[in-house]
Design a protein around this ligand. Structure first.
Ligand SMILES: Cc1ncc(COP(=O)(O)O)c(C=O)c1O
Length: 503
């Protein structure tokens, strides 16, 4: 408990915390945040607990308020030891992210304002800042600035809304009469697409059969001619193509679908194109990467998550949709109490999704983009690409390790292998027993690294082969952190590798 946690620190009978007390605690919290950010790199990335540990330590809710100091003390004593530290410089799992300082500070301001951007008049600043930031961010990314943009919590929600608009366009009767009687809709994705697309298709009532998986090439990119053929075959079979989802930066390996070729297929077939650039999108800020994105400007909808690689605290997912009324068409439904006199002069953000309420997420994105500046962000993205590329070279040069993805989009995909590259899997027919041993070893390395507290990785499986994923994307990650991570991986292998007699 902090030193001034006493009786006078408790909530007054009827009102909120007095302002002088708020000021004092706000300073304490500011110190706490700065201390945390300053020392997070020395905390174990992954907590040393098992499921249920925290629940067992939490007290029932009190009838009368507690001193504020007790709350902050419990953050240190209970919450931190049960936290996986995403803001840690050696958090390399999933995709590495940063709740950057300007973003953290903006979140505090947003909480103080506590506005709800349901309709323009409930939050003029929420509405217009969101429109402004998204228009300018779109242009910076090489997307047309005339798209309707909206900030959602996650890419899963953004993709759901994009596909809802696509369904409304492809099966207009479904908005009135539901899906029971119409043709069955189909959504085309690569084998590498994120599961959020499947969830969206299920939620939209198209069923599991509504997802059509298109094969990928050797680089795990969607095969555009197979896509064209699948759409044609589905039309013959009486299905309605609803949307194609292309991914720029797949979850497993950051593969980028050939979005230009896919855009040609989409426009030729008259099918909605949604681009999932939840992770990879920020790279379009870099002129040297633009070519890889060529064609995404023709998409009907695009999702980019600033909470992944644009240094904005979770949650912040941007959806852009071409055409004023296409999102509104799927979602506008205004009850009497929300009818306002502003009419068509005003944007009502509730028309862009299921949620009526909307918090002030644009504020943190605005703070982040302004404080770093676009060029500052470009420098940092290039730095991450370099760090990942350098680590990939180290891994590649180390006997007994294999690289799948050499730091492309700042993700290194690699695995421990037994024997040399020329034997077994890489050189000839797959030796199933050896692969099983290798897969088990890589899983154990993953767990041992997490247990060490030094670093945190995740994994994927491609054609039955388990790979470790190491993402670089935190603004506080230094070359020294990557040395420490690699040392932790090597130590985990030493700990976990069976001796030759056990193989
Ligand atoms: C390519 C891609 N799309 C979508 C998602 C889902 O993101 P969210 O957690 O914002 O729903 C992820 C998550 O990592 C992803 O990698």
């Amino acid at each position: 408990m902090t030193k001034d946690a006493g009786a006078g620190d408790r909530a007054p009978d009827l009102y909120d915390m007095p302002v002088d007390q708020l000021r004092r605690h706000a300073h304490e919290i500011a110190d706490w945040i700065a201390d945390y950010v300053g020392r997070v790199g020395e905390l174990p990335v992954f907590p040393d607990i098992v499921p249920g540990d925290l629940r067992a330590r939490l007290a029932p809710l009190p009838e009368e308020g507690e001193p504020f100091g007790a709350l902050l003390a419990d953050v240190d004593e209970l919450i931190l030891p049960a936290t996986t530290h995403w803001n840690h410089p050696r958090f390399h799992a999933y995709f590495a992210v940063t709740g950057s300082a300007p973003g953290i500070l903006a979140e505090a301001v947003a909480a103080a304002l506590n506005v709800n951007g349901m309709v323009w008049r409930s939050g003029p600043a929420v509405t217009e800042l969101e429109e402004h930031v998204l228009e300018h961010l779109a242009v910076a990314l090489g997307l047309p600035g005339d798209r309707v943009g909206a900030i959602n919590d996650t890419a899963s929600t953004s993709t759901l809304y994009a596909l809802a608009a696509a369904r409304h366009a492809a099966l207009p009767d479904s908005t009135e009469s539901g899906l029971a009687e119409g043709p069955s809709g189909r959504v085309y994705v690569s084998e590498q697409a994120h599961s959020s697309v499947d969830k969206a298709v299920l939620t939209l009532g198209l069923g599991r059969a509504g997802v059509v998986r298109i094969p990928t090439d050797d680089h795990l990119r969607m095969d555009a001619s197979a896509l064209r053929e699948a759409i044609a075959a589905d039309r013959v079979a009486g299905h309605t193509p609803v949307a194609i989802v292309a991914t720029l930066g797949t979850t497993s390996t950051t593969a980028a679908d050939p979005v230009g070729e896919i855009a040609d297929v989409a426009s030729g077939a008259g099918v909605w194109l949604h681009v999932d650039a939840a992770y990879g999108g920020p790279l379009a800020l870099l002129p040297e990467w633009r070519r890889r994105f060529s064609g995404w400007e023709r998409a009907d909808s695009v999702v980019v998550n600033p909470h992944k690689w644009l240094f904005t605290p979770i949650d912040c997912s941007v959806l852009w949709v071409r055409g004023e009324d296409r999102l509104r068409g799927a979602f506008t439904l205004t009850p009497e109490y929300l009818r306002t006199t502003e009419g068509s002069d005003a944007t009502n953000l509730m028309d862009y999704g299921v949620a009526l309420g909307r918090r002030f997420r644009a504020l943190k994105l605005w703070f982040v983009l302004r404080w770093f500046g676009l060029e500052g962000i470009r420098r940092r993205l290039r730095h991450h690409l370099r760090l990942a590329g350098d680590l990939a070279k180290t891994i590649e040069a180390t006997p007994g390790w294999e690289i799948h993805t050499p730091g492309s989009m700042a993700l290194v995909v690699f695995r421990a292998m037994l024997g040399s590259h020329d034997e077994g899997r890489a050189g000839g027919p797959v030796d199933a027993a050896r692969l099983e041993t290798e897969n088990a070893l890589n899983h154990r390395i993953l767990e041992a690294v997490a247990r060490s507290g030094e670093a945190f990785l995740s994994h994927t499986a491609l054609d039955g082969v388990v790979w470790l994923r190491l993402a670089v994307g935190n603004l506080r990650t230094t070359p020294d952190d990557l040395d420490r991570t690699w040392a932790a991986v090597l130590a985990a292998r030493d700990e976990e590798e069976p001796g030759p007699e056990a193989r």
